[in-house]
Write a protein that binds this ligand. Sequence first.
Ligand code: 3HC
Length: 703
Amino acid sequence: MNAPAPSRTASRAPVAGALDDAGVFWIRFDDPERKVNVLSTEVMNLLSDLADAARQAAPRGLVFVSAKPGVFLAGADITLFEKIATPEEGRELARRGQEIFGRFASLPFPTAAAVEGVCLGGGLELALTCDWLIAASTPKTRLGLPEVQLGIIPGLGGTQRLVPRIGLPAALDLILTSRTVDARRAEKMGLADEACPLELLEKRAQAYLARGKRVRKRKWRDLAARPPLSALPLSLARKGVLAKTRGHYPAPLAAIDAVGTGLARGLAAGLAREAELFGKLAVSEVSRQLVLIFFLKERFAKPPEGARTGQAFPKGAVVGAGIMGGGIAHLLASHGMRVRLKDIAPESLGKALSVVRDLDKKLARGSVEDRLRARQRMERILPTLDNTGFDTADIVIEAVVENLGLKRRVFAELEGVVRQDAILATNTSSLPISAIASEMKNPERSVGIHFFNPVHKMPLVEVIPGEKTSAQTTRDAVAFVLAVGKVPVVVADRPGFLVNRILLPYVAEAIRCFVDGAPIRAIDAALLGFGMPMGPLELADTVGIDVGAKVSHILEEAFGERMRAPGLMADMEQRKWLGAKTGIGFYTYGSGKEKKKSPNAALDALRAAPVGAHPSGPGTPGTEEIVDRCILTMVNEAARCLAEKVVATSDELDLAMVFGTGFAPFRGGLWRYATARGLPACRARLAELATRYGSRFAPADVL
Ligand code: 3HC
């Protein structure tokens, strides 16, 4: 029998409970005011009443379910966090939630969560209070505890109730990585008792009630979760977290602490510790910034009004089967699009397809469904040497080599082949969109859509309208980028657009620090210590010294001396020390699977006896000087970008830097960092650096 649905008109409550004829108490979430169900204050109050009502009703069993397709419960209401003023307030909020959840956990009759859609954070914590968890295997079903991504820890029992369910290593993995899992994987790891088709969800949940209360069977893995044996995995996890976060993110360490307390001293002590740590973290600066980033992303993740819908792009085409073209084709296919991948060279096509296949293998970790999906993805990519199939494409993305003449020709040719309303996009990273579209009859449908490398990993995509691009095309391009799961930021058609214009001088400054005597490892360690995801010299190697030098020249032509590439780069290019791709750059790379790298000692000789002209600064810079030289170079360029309206707002600038470069998210983004430090202070320090190192540090007027 299906759950009696509390009628929406009779009750506007976001959660309601009712006893059905078969003696099952159904608690159904369906917030009429929101797109997703969340644990708001109102919902928690209602749940508190429902826990008592359910106990009094003495039903055969209880089932939690949601009437919102695609959403079970998205966790606690994140907007509440900024209202928490003190750690004590945060602790009490968690304690009250734990107490309500505890009442569900201790009900004397069997309980089940029938999960379809996202079941995250507090949502999963509620499901974990149940005896049984049944998950519908729909594409939207995802279970996980993403709290550490927001700088907090699960505060409603998640650090305590997950370990007994799935074992210590798997629980730590879910909590520390914020990874979410689908229904099948949840079933495999024991998080869900069963993954079933949506149509059977409520029936299966009821069937589990007939099994009575859950009786925990002891498993071998439980031993590893008991002290003293648990000490080892906990300390390894702590070590791993410290190596990864360099102490910038306290939440994962706090989560390990709460898990450890529960294992050593039992549920009550574990919950108390969890609430205490939750309170402390909820008011921390790191959490405030991470929550800000979450809402920033949400704000710009909406298709602009009047744009085509995400479903308006069933077919795409990509011209140029290089690394970028192959990556873009893979992305489009992963989002259900059928893609034509064109190249004039059959061997390039073959290579691109094998790169896509390798990528698929890496991403599809073994399960039958994953492999099936990978195969379907591959089948959606159709290689071609001519324009076959281009006449039905909704969007064509050009990703041929960075050559203006060639790109112009490609655009002019495509115009005669594609549909009238198809978008013509270029993935150029350095050429003006307006120039590429200059020979088109209808340039209003041209636009830049700049993906970053590697496409499957980098969330940001710059959308660049050219001079003649129509507002409609720009809106549609933004909608398209959202439809393929990326974060779009609209930027002006200026050299380097936004991210590369800010990033290139930063990397160049790091290279100058090396020229001035700082060791390679010290430079990268300084910026990693600041919170960048990769050291700038390793980044230079990853991008390629030749590519970096080429873009620097373009930027120098446009903006003058401050963008000049250090002479050392030309020396490195001459020697073919181009970075990871030639096995040597600032680092030398081992050939094994690990690609172990060590600083290129031969570069020191080059620095001491330069082949080209290397400007040398006054003395070897220390950590603070390295960080200021590199980071303030970015701040200075960002200020110019804002003044020139390369990007409309500082919020979008921050979004672009966090999702395009991994700029320390816990600092809230580059501009937020600059304003927190104080713009006058940035200006003063830049002026000081300018007197020591030269005019490239001259503070931008707007500072
Ligand atoms: N709290 C408040 N608002 C939330 C929310 C939450 N937990 N989750 C989503 N929303 C809001 C979004 O901000 C958005 O609002 P808007 O339309 O006004 O901008 C709206 O709900 C719809 O969200 P999306 O547009 O993102 O919808 P999607 O379908 O694309 O994604 C989602 C849905 C996967 C649930 C995504 O919104 C998401 O990841 N939400 C955050 C989930 C999360 O981190 N939960 C953990 C919360 S912390 C917690 O539970 C602490 C506990 O342990 C004490």
